[in-house]
Design a protein around this ligand. Structure first.
Ligand code: ADP
Ligand code: 6PG
Length: 188
């Protein structure tokens, strides 16, 4: 695939609960003047109910949600009124198979460049942040299951090796530092 076929870019900001997805995605949207879609808003009510009770989602609960967020963000990136030709979405995308699924289920994956920005930090920091977060269905008892299944992008997944992903260790960094590191690493 040559660069000339690329019409737009979808940036998916991921990582476990409390890692800073919404904070980073909002800052990226501001930087690029691009739309930001909060992935949690696209869950069907049945998923929200499950997570609210502290029950982790299964892969079968996730596929339709991942497809929906991929397609809505792809459409937003291609919208003729979106001059940046970039759209941003937050999604935990904890496993490689979810990242692959998001890309393959886009409306037009041959013409959309994907960038998966995976943020991670320590388990203790995540627990602390999620416990202090108000008004969200994810409670801190869900962080353990997320941390256990989390696959930080590595090897051929990385942009530096020809892939679509960047992995950012957010530990001890301010949102501004993280944002700069992300923008420098995106290779857009
Ligand atoms: N780099 C950071 N350092 C310290 N706290 C942060 C940082 N990034 C985000 N936070 C805080 O952590 C909490 C979770 O951030 P949020 O962006 O909502 O994460 P997520 O969307 O991944 O769940 C919020 O209270 C936010 O203000
Ligand atoms: O920021 C958060 O609170 C979480 O990351 C939240 O977004 C949740 O994890 C997913 O929406 C559920 O999906 P998974 O079970 O696949 O993480």
């Amino acid at each position: 695939m040559t660069q000339s076929l690329i019409q737009s870019t979808v940036i998916v900001v991921g990582g476990p609960a409390g890692t800073g997805k919404t904070t980073t995605a909002t800052a990226l949207a501001d930087h690029f003047s691009s739309p930001f879609i909060e992935g949690d808003v696209l869950h069907p009510q049945v998923n929200v109910d499950k997570m609210s009770k502290g029950i982790p989602l299964t892969d079968d609960d996730r596929w339709d949600w991942l497809k929906t967020l991929s397609q809505q963000t792809s459409i937003a990136s291609l919208d003729k009124d979106n001059k940046s030709n970039i759209a941003i979405v937050s999604c935990s995308m904890l496993k490689k198979v979810y990242r692959d699924y998001i890309k393959l289920n886009s409306t037009n994956h041959n013409h959309i460049r994907f960038r998966f920005v995976f943020l991670y930090t320590t388990f203790e920091e995540l627990i602390n942040r999620v416990e202090n977060r108000k008004g969200h269905f994810m409670k801190s008892d869900m962080v353990k299951s997320q941390y256990e299944i989390m696959e930080i992008p590595e090897g051929v997944e990385l942009v530096s090796n020809g892939g679509d992903s960047i992995a950012i260790d957010a530990t001890g960094k301010t949102p501004e530092q993280i944002n700069k590191e992300v923008i420098d690493s995106l290779a857009l």
